[in-house]
Design a protein around this ligand. Sequence first.
Ligand code: PMP
Length: 420
Amino acid sequence: MTDLGNLLEARNRHISKSLSIGHGKPLHIVKGEMQYLYSSDGTRYLDLVNNVCHVGHCHPKVVSAGQQQMSVLSTNTRYVYDGLTDYISRLSNTLPDGLDVGFMVNSGSEANELAIRLARAHTGNHDMLVADGGYHGNTSMLVQLSPYKFLGPGGKGVAEPWVHVVPVPDEYRRAGVDYNQEMKDVISNARNVAGFLIEPMLSCAGQIPLPDDYLKLAQTYTKEAGGLLIVDEVQVGFGRFGTHMWAFETQDVVPDIVVLGKSIGNGHPMAAVFTTSEIASSLGEMEWFSSTGGNPVSCAIGNAVLDVIEDEELQEQAREYGEYFLNGLRKLKDTYPVIGDVRGRGLFIGIEFVCDRDTLEPNAEEAGRVVRGMRDQGVLLSTDGPHHNVIKIKPPMVLTRQDIDMTLDLLNDVLSANGD
Ligand code: PMP
């Protein structure tokens, strides 16, 4: 049996079927290097999917920072060490004044759990608001709070009584709707509100940008109902939007709690929650501790990620290349009617496929065909959204103009081959 055959056989035996393989045909990946992944047969793939490896797969500065620290000290946050305080202060300095207290954990799910625990402790309320299509983590509670899961395949199809779902302010599919009123109605009909957990661009819902001032209003309405605004920056943070370090900054709002993850550790399991000292102190006498969250190795890696973002001016690059990518994709949209919409900010982009630009009937088949066709040409993409008809682009931020040109050319080839 081939290597891949053996791996798949073992995988089928020992790994849950609930964990599917991405990119259709299984890929046996053996090496990652900046924006590229290499398979066992030596093929190089441009990775346009992985926003976790934010500054590039195996970025040498990040690898070396982790290796070095691992050989010196790895302990826990009940000890005092430079790495932790340096790192938390540095992250806090990138956030608006007041968001001074950080908690270090190991995953975005853990961070969202803690954010909700803080909101509940601070407000004394229990219920949560969430945007439709949202995914916020893999724990029991977060699955109950993720419409992407409970309304998606295998879900129960209904929200728990403590979960209130705000419809997606989708300016493409639901043009003309008064999203603010709709949000206000859901919030004012909810009781006992502890918080509204929302992303600054709705990723799993299909790369949906929020209308101007949406988060600000979300905070106002939620506050009126007694709750806090929790912004989930797990997918979009760390400069990916190009114009700002944090995506919520494009909405002129200071959230009560901010959740960071994925790119924070460039693939090393890390996440963080930042909030005000007042909200942080709501846990009161009850101790909070994570055995590995904020350990010296994670802090060294997190610090190196911030160094690389600054030294290589990756936020500015996301702005410039994002614009360039979006313009190229908009040209493809002019040529191919199956592309109904191209949207995004910086290097967080969505291409929505439709059967018909008037009815907007979703075209998951064509989106899937393009993803498979691009994979065969060495470019990795994925689809998302409730209709699986949106191609997501969220690459390591170190990709080059040549990578973008190549992607646009290949997309043109694959799109023009429709019906062959
Ligand atoms: N929030 C968002 C917006 C996410 O996309 C994810 C993961 N895809 C999470 C939270 C959960 O993060 P993790 O997988 O690190 O637990």
